[in-house]
Design a protein around this ligand. Sequence first.
Ligand code: WTA
Length: 643
Amino acid sequence: MTQELVNGFKEKNVFQPAENYKKEVLVTHSETYRNRQERLSFWEERASTLSWFKKWDTVLEWNPPFAKWFEGGKLNASYNCLDRHLESSRRDKAAIIFEGEHGDSFVLTYSQLHREVCKFANVLKSLGVKKGEVVTIYMPMVPETVIAMLACARIGAPHSVVFGGFSAEALGNRIKDAGSKVLITSDGAFRRGKVLPIKENVCAALKSVQGIEKVVIVKHTETEVEIIENRDFWYHNLMKEASSDCSAEELDAEDRLFILYTSGTTGKPKGVVHTIGGYLTGVATTHQFIFDLKEDDIYWCTADLGWITGHSYLVYGPLANGTTILLFEGTPDYPKKDRFWEIIEKHKVTILYTAPTVIRTFMKWGSSYPEKRDLSSLRLLGTVGEPINPEAWKWFYKHIGNEKCPIVDTWWQTETGMIMLSPLSGVTSLKPGSCAVPFPGVKVEILNRLGQPVKKGEIGFVAITEPWPAMLRTLHRDDNRYQDTYWGKWPGKYFTGDGAKLDEDGYFWIIGRVDDVINVSGHRIGTAELENVLEEHPSVAEAACIGKTHEVKGQAIAAFVILKEGFARSEQLVNELKNYIAVKIGTIARPEDLYLTEELPKTRSGKIIRRILRDIAEGRTIGDTTTLADSAAVETLQKLNVS
Ligand code: WTA
């Protein structure tokens, strides 16, 4: 590491932790822990900062691939997120600042949130929900979603939150797989001034799916909805009668906290299972350390509650730490493209945790929007979900962080439950585009096919080679798939599906999913690497690259590019962009095809679905599109008529 660098970017693109971030930290990096025993002691010490009804007997029981953390211990996640804060001055501290799409906002203090959760836990009991029964939640970004999650946690009923933007069919499949009897939903959701028909989707889903006996509906948009007697109940009516007295169940550390469905390589979604003790230890610790949490922070994670980031870093981690969270219902461009910056100014947000795709969108819109707002309250920025290109990192750093906020690029997965790779803001020097190093107590390595560590600079598979507390325990009702998908490649080592390389300082550079690595004439080229280069070009707003089958080269590169406003499409520009890559990486990386497009197919969490681009580039019929955010994007791409 170049030590003489102090602040800002120098030739090596290294950013040292700002002076005001340097502090006494408990640990620096995973290297601090050289063996399993030391790691376990660290996690044991971290677990003891939670409130337990009964202490655990063993820290870890590891029968690969099945792990049990804190066996014998008893605790409750809702108690840890609420009750324990009521004994201190946090009682009247804001737990949730809600910002509605229309600019309406209100606060729920910890004691108010506790009261609502207790009442709703009693409602769930009155509907017959028993410990261990999965409750499905299909809701917009409103406080009642958090209340419902914590109420489930309080009585030991695992929740399965299904993203509110999913279709009726996707919802139905998840309800069926989870075997839920109770569903929590709302009449509708606001989206860019329109109302999305949440309850209508529920009705459609329930026409073909058996098993749901009770539906609770939160009145939010005042949309008229169909009510089926004895099945559908209004939330506010049930809450009126409910008692606010509900003690938290004493649950086993290894009882399930939730199931969260995520897409896999096959069409069938995987129900990732997380349990209470280890998960809570992992998310509370990472949230506190990585975001360098302070008591008066106003913390805003922009992820939807329907994704793992919403679970771990909007609900369980922050609330276990007694943080004030900002919950925003709307979108970045409604009513205007400065909505995020308006919110930061209004609520004096100190920490912003968002996704690279969002940052690139802001870049496309230009810096005039954030410039008009006061963002001086911000002190730390974070990203998650995909590799961030250095270009976007620097834009975020300069235009949002005003060159004073460290950026934590956090790598993790639904399955890992918690952040695994990240800088620690007061300790680690930052390199734009790298998610730095493993979190303390976590062991991540880059391995080749045979499971041996690769040399620095070589691309390999990201593997987690020691169990960690927030790890998934299995896939819902599918131990075999769990074993095959994650542990089948190398016994006892977790296969992440990502490719990466280590630089000379031991920093991780994630290339993307391993199936996103293109092999051109035996040379491996990461799609992220290609995209980063394209995105450095002044005309490019966003790019996605894939490998298409090529007779001679094995694979050839096809690039899909969205231009910034003000740039006209032309054959000349296409050639310029192709050559730009050839110059930046080498002629081997010159794309065979380069298409200028207006849309890219993305999941609702903003990830580009390369499978669809590959289908388009190779003229195949499009596969499953249920995870798409915008099916219009596919149509636009199909119009390109490539074959
Ligand atoms: C990708 C989201 C690069 C990665 C929390 C991983 C990232 C997948 C990063 C998991 C990052 C997530 N840099 N890539 N900082 N964070 N990814 O399950 O490919 O929705 O395997 O979890 O996102 O996506 P998931």
